[in-house]
Design a protein. Structure first.
Length: 548
């Protein structure tokens, strides 16, 4: 009898679904094996030998997986679908890749909120149809579940949420009473199943948090077995120093840590990728629980305004826009962007200037920008590149761009590490309006399929068993999502059936709204959300809690 196969238990007297004829990759990294997957309700009732007679006697829907792989549903450890799922609950761009769980919380989360947090999100272009102001994170996640969602959802507490609640948009240390209030709030959220705290320290106001503040908050997270996960203060010129900060927080707070979207930003920093991996390896060898996640692309994606140093963002978006109306302030901004600095992450220089910054959308005033480089727009506007950057931000502060800052060889190097899981750093939705009204980063549609197709099958960076493990049991174990990430009796029936020979990403930077191919069936909690390659519109997703 093959690995993972068991016998039919007498209590399995009924089944809702049987997946027959496939090769099971159970998420543990073990070799694939032939088995029939029996699902009863929302759980896996058994993994049985092929052609088991009793299986044929079960009154169940049969999914023919002949020649296909059957694996646990993939876990997207870095998702920004908390907004898109409120507009389109299907999460189609991810489920067509086999994703069954979305994890939120890089900088923002659906609570804890308040008027100032809602004001910040509105100023950054969050749609009116998306609710962000929830008293607690647990309220926000319950809102998604109660309104119906196609995928499971879980979340870290957003570092921006916490910073705004206590310190607003001020660049200052928190007062002891403010920090105590946040610690109590974090404890409450952790008791309700939050995964930990997620920060994005290159962006204000989260950037204004001092290291000792992050240690104090993470101590609470550590007591509950959670994780401190961070987009570090720098992935470029101060990459290694900021990695040291994250490792220090892990030791000082006795908390598990993870690096969001591991990368070395900017060509002159590319050699630091191996050094960073070596430091993480050394920490792991010493017993420190630390890991990382990645997306498999050479460009990041964020706002054009992120190229402006954080000091000009103090006070919030309105304060930044006021400064942009002052010619003297603009001149200072331009000078600061033009020169290397250890004080902020200079994305403009990391991208090699305007020839490495790609617009995803046209400007609101009608200026054609979608699919064009900043250097092109600057020439058209008759401005120097940095002056054009500031002018565009002044016109449309929420405009998003792609920054081409990552080395392809470093993508391969990072993906080769056994402690690296996968996250899209994107929303999840159908390829339809209003989402197709603007371009998207291709990672929205292709992250997981690209790992399976290009890097696993075509380049052979790792075997299929390892690719599946990195997307399933690895993040489930890291984040405390019990019963997820494995195909085993008693586990929840989050399942993807795909063709290892054809699974592939199709989305590009110039044609981004293209679904991945090769995924035939996806079940969330035992219910099909993709049936024979067709979206079902079912909403079986649940709010997941970190295990105590």
């Amino acid at each position: 009898m093959g690995r993972g196969l068991g016998t039919i238990r007498m209590r399995v007297v009924a089944a809702s679904v049987v997946i027959k004829g496939g090769t099971v990759y159970d998420g543990t990294g073990s070799a694939g094996f032939r088995a029939e997957v029996v699902i009863q309700g929302d759980v896996i009732a058994g993994l049985l030998p092929p052609e088991t007679p009793e299986v044929d006697a079960l009154d169940a829907e049969v999914i023919n997986a002949q020649g296909l792989a059957v694996a646990p549903g993939f876990i997207n450890v870095l998702s920004h679908a908390w907004g898109s799922l409120q507009v389109d609950p299907t999460g189609a761009s991810d489920v067509f890749q086999g994703v069954t769980t979305e994890v939120f919380g890089e900088a923002f989360s659906l609570g804890p909120g308040g008027p100032r947090f809602a004001e910040m999100m509105a100023s950054w272009g969050v749609e009116d149809s998306v609710t962000v102001d929830f008293p607690r994170l647990s309220d926000g996640l319950d809102h998604l579940e109660s309104h119906g969602v196609g995928l499971n959802v879980a979340s870290f507490i957003g570092g921006h949420n916490l910073r705004v609640l206590a310190g607003g948009f001020d660049d200052r240390p928190l007062e002891p009473v403010e920090l105590d209030r946040l610690r109590a709030l974090v404890a409450e959220e952790m008791q309700e199943g939050a995964l930990g705290i997620g920060t994005a320290l290159i962006y204000p106001p989260g950037r204004f948090a001092r290291t000792d503040e992050l240690v104090a908050l993470s101590e609470v997270v550590g007591r509950y077995g959670g994780t401190y996960i961070s987009h570090m203060r720098s992935e470029g010129d101060q990459f290694l120093e900021c990695l040291n900060e994250l490792l220090h927080i892990g030791v000082a707070a006795d908390v598990r840590t993870e690096v969001y979207h591991l990368k070395a930003a900017g060509q002159h920093n590319w050699p630091k990728m191996q050094l960073a991996i070596d430091r993480i390896e050394a920490a792991r060898q010493s017993g420190q629980p630390v890991s990382a996640d990645m997306y498999p692309y050479t460009a990041g994606g964020t706002s054009l305004a992120s190229s402006i140093p954080p000091s000009y963002h103090v006070g919030g978006m309105e304060a930044l826009l006021d400064r942009l109306t002052d010619p003297a302030q603009r001149q200072l901004m331009a000078a600061d962007i033009a020169k290397p600095s250890n004080d902020f992450e200079n994305l403009y220089l990391a991208a090699g200037g305007g020839e490495g910054i790609l617009f995803f959308n046209d400007l609101a005033d009608g200026t054609p920008a979608r699919g064009r480089w900043l250097s092109e727009l600057a020439a058209e506007l008759g401005l120097e590149e940095i002056d054009a950057l500031l002018e565009i931000v002044a016109r449309q502060p929420s405009i998003g761009v792609g920054y081409f800052i990552i080395d392809e060889d470093n993508v391969r190097l990072g993906l080769s590490q056994p402690w690296v899981s996968i996250g899209s750093d994107a929303g999840a939705h159908q390829a339809m309006a209003p989402f197709t009204d603007s371009a998207a980063h291709p990672r929205t549609y292709g992250t997981f399929a690209r790992v399976l197709g290009r890097y696993c099958r075509e380049e052979g960076l790792f075997p299929l068993t390892e690719a599946v493990r990195r997307m399933t049991s690895l993040p489930a174990q890291n984040l405390g999502l019990v019963g997820r990430g494995v195909l085993a009796e008693g586990a929840f029936a989050d399942v993807v059936v795909f063709d290892p020979a054809t699974v592939a990403d199709r989305a590009t930077f110039t044609d981004s709204h293209l679904y991945a191919t090769g995924v035939h069936h996806v079940l969330v909690n035992g219910t099909a959300v993709v049936d024979n390659g067709t979206l079902t519109q079912a909403r079986p997703g649940r709010r997941l809690r970190r295990a105590a």
